[in-house]
Design a binder for this molecule. Structure first.
Ligand code: ATP
Length: 315
């Protein structure tokens, strides 16, 4: 059987497997960070954007829950219950009251702890893969509800595209703009940055300022997106976490400088960093910038990417 749904009824049925799901990385075109809330989260107003750097999860039936991994940074990643893939499979099984039995395999290309939400992407892909493998038939909204408990970025990575994120990032609404492809250069750093450490650094930097920093709304960025002009978008991009990432990793200033010297319209730290992203006018322009950045030797690798991309989906 290769179809999850039989022709004569609407009842979802288990898939014979394997199920392969591809999931994009995210960048934040705008990342407004408000004050720390009593629940330990910061209030966010962000514009997520999915780009063409992908991880892939393959799910097969098994007698227990197992995980194997290959690719970018997986040597540093635990295979145990702390792995977001295992956590996602268990959370879904608990929600649906089914046994969490699957053999999962990760092929990773999204750099670890890079500010590209690779772990959340893997969790989103696992939810889609296991939902189909186990024949649960949960909709994306219900999967997003399970995903929000695993990480703030998981719901967005189920939907993809370009979307507004509020709350602590888990409340996602798509931004309806006429389709436009944006061209990016992604400068991958050596080593990662811890997201909680970057937020703590931001709190320290802000501690002495009074009144507390207000939450910067995404309105200007959303208006810029509607104009479909890369120069206009470049002027509206922004990330409140950037000063904190630069304080923890001062070399990122050299990366940002090298990117603009290489001709990028602008550059910014992606999320909590240390990945930096640069906006280009065209695909050819992005290629040229990536080549120059690589030659400048300021990052481990510079690759081109396009956005927006769909969220986690079966391939
Ligand atoms: P954030 O979503 O916080 O911006 P990030 O993009 O900076 O995260 P991730 O690659 O998502 O970084 O990893 C953050 C941490 O999550 C890692 O350091 C690792 O300890 C943990 N983690 C658990 N499972 C995974 C996974 N499958 N892939 C990547 N990281 C994972």
């Amino acid at each position: 059987m290769t179809e999850a749904w039989g022709p004569d009824d609407d009842e979802p049925r288990p898939h014979s497997g394997p199920v392969r799901v591809r999931v994009p990385a995210k960048i934040n075109l705008h990342l407004g960070v408000g004050p720390l809330r009593p629940d330990g989260y910061h209030e966010l107003n962000t514009v997520y954007h999915a780009i063409s750097l992908f991880d892939e999860i393959t799910a097969r039936h098994g007698d227990t829950l197992t995980l194997t991994m290959e690719g970018e940074g997986t040597g540093e990643l635990a295979l145990d219950e702390t792995n977001l893939i295992i956590r996602a499979a268990r959370a879904l099984a608990a929600r649906a009251r089914v046994p969490a039995y699957a053999r999962l395999h990760l092929r990773k290309s999204i750099p670890l702890a890079g500010g590209l939400a690779g772990g959340s992407a893997d969790a989103a892909a696992t939810l889609i893969a296991c939902d189909l493998l186990w024949g649960l038939g949960l909709g994306r909204d219900e999967l997003a509800d399970v995903g929000a408990q695993l990480g703030s970025d998981v719901p967005f990575l189920l939907y993809g595209g370009t979307a507004l994120g509020t709350g602590h990032g888990e409340a996602v609404s798509p931004i309806l703009a006429r389709p436009t492809t944006w061209h990016w250069v992604v400068a991958i750093a050596d080593g990662g940055l811890s997201t909680p450490a970057v937020y703590r650094e931001l709190d320290t930097l802000r501690d002495s300022s009074w009144p507390p920093a207000p939450l910067d709304s995404a309105d200007r960025l959303m208006a810029a997106l509607r104009q479909r002009d890369p120069e206009v978008l470049a002027a509206a991009l922004g990330n409140d976490l950037q000063p904190a990432a630069l304080a923890l990793r001062p070399q990122l200033a050299d990366v940002l400088k090298a990117g603009t010297e290489a001709g990028a319209l602008t550059g910014l730290v992606s999320g909590s960093g240390p990945t930096c992203v640069f906006l280009a006018a065209t695909a050819a322009h992005a290629q040229e910038i990536a080549g120059r950045l690589t030659a400048a030797g300021v990052c481990r690798a510079a690759v081109t990417a396009r956005g927006p991309q769909p969220g986690a989906r079966v391939i």
